[in-house]
Ligand binder design. Structure first.
Ligand code: KG4
Ligand code: ZN
Length: 332
């Protein structure tokens, strides 16, 4: 077996490595640092970098072992170069260089957001462009026009907080752990989504941009008015009402984008795309418009290296030694 791609992703708090044979995933290893950040209620950049340093090599070794492959079979090393936490990214980029350079392998720098889009190009059942992709993660929320495999055009994006960031911050207000998204989803299942009327921001805005900071602030005021005991009593209702408003905004913008009639297929990406009610609400919108909905497995929604390897298949690699001074970038 030759021609494999080894991919590395360390943009936030997950240390990830994957081995790909074309669109086929041979290994997709993720070492979550969530426990290390939970007591801080969010990701501490310096803590993330230090954990990546400890975990990067073992995670790469695990991925190769799971793929039953050796470095000799690797044709290119792909790595996330941004956007993300700069210290965290640098650990991945340095690891990738250290693996590629002695073997004179090409290095493929990958944009993290294109990675989320490219998760849809993987087997099983790869989605071919063109399609509309809603990416909602802890750092980004955007609607992407995907017209070919190499990139995407941003049609609209959040003007302030990302959707996942809002889930994480509201989870913190409700005394739930980090990451907040899965905790809110679980709690919301026991609550009444109509209990509190929360604003669905940007719903009258004619464009495709998003905004989540107002919703977060509305929750903060509600919690203040309810007091500690009130919040404790109504936690499930608060989680359900917040989740409904957040999903309402995401699907309203998707609905608006589909009205152009340009798209025959929709895909979801990013950690928030793992949310069950969002997946169901998106399915309903797609059915209404008569377009196909592609939903990748949950482990391909949240950060992973298989999606980085997938994007690398269509990106330009850098030859040795050109990439030795290649740097990571924190934001676009
Ligand atoms: O894509 P991702 O793993 O990392 C970034 O690129 O940011 O997304 C992580 C985000 C976190 O904010 C997390 O709370 C959210 O995705 N998330 C969810 C769910 N699972 C993860 N949000 C809502 N519902 C979920 N089930
Ligand atoms: Zn991500």
């Amino acid at each position: 077996m030759a021609g494999l791609i080894l991919a590395i992703e360390t943009s936030c708090d997950d240390t990830c490595a994957a081995v790909l044979d074309g669109p086929r995933i041979l290994a997709n290893t993720i070492s979550s640092q969530a426990a290390a950040h939970a007591r801080f209620g969010g990701v501490v950049p310096e803590v993330a970098s230090r954990h990546h340093l400890d975990l990067a090599v073992p995670v790469v070794e695990d991925a190769l072992a799971e793929a039953d492959a050796t470095l000799d079979e690797v044709e290119a090393v792909a790595v996330t170069v941004g956007p993300g936490l700069i210290g965290a990214l640098l650990v991945g980029v340095s690891t990738a260089k250290a693996l590629a350079a002695p073997r004179r392998l090409p290095l493929v720098p990958v944009d993290h957001l294109q990675g989320h889009v490219a998760a849809n190009f993987l087997e099983p059942d790869p989605l071919e462009p063109p399609f509309l992709c809603l990416v909602a993660s802890g750092g980004h929320t955007l609607l992407a026009a995907v017209r070919d495999h190499r990139g995407h055009e941003v049609l609209g994006q959040t003007l302030d907080d990302a959707a996942g960031e809002a889930f994480d911050k509201v989870a913190r207000m409700l005394g739930l752990g980090y990451p907040g998204g899965p905790a809110i989803e679980r709690l919301a299942a026991e609550g009444d989504a109509d209990a509190f009327q929360l604003p669905v921001a940007m719903s009258r805005d004619p464009g495709l941009d998003f905004s989540f900071s107002g919703l977060k602030t509305a929750l903060a005021y509600l919690c203040r008015d309810l007091g500690v005991e009130g919040v404790e009593e109504r936690r499930a209702d608060l989680a359900a009402s917040f989740q409904a408003a957040a999903i309402g905004q995401l699907t309203a913008k998707l609905d608006r984008a589909l009205r152009s009639g340009e798209w025959n297929a929709v895909a979801l990406g990013g950690g928030v795309a793992a949310n069950g009610p969002l997946r169901e609400a998106t399915a309903a919108i797609c059915e209404k418009h008569g377009v196909r909905l592609k939903l990748v497995a949950l482990e391909l929604c949240t950060d992973n290296a298989a999606m980085i390897g997938s994007a690398a298949r269509f990106a330009e690699g850098r030859d040795y030694p050109e990439y030795l001074d290649y740097d990571a970038f924190p934001t676009n």
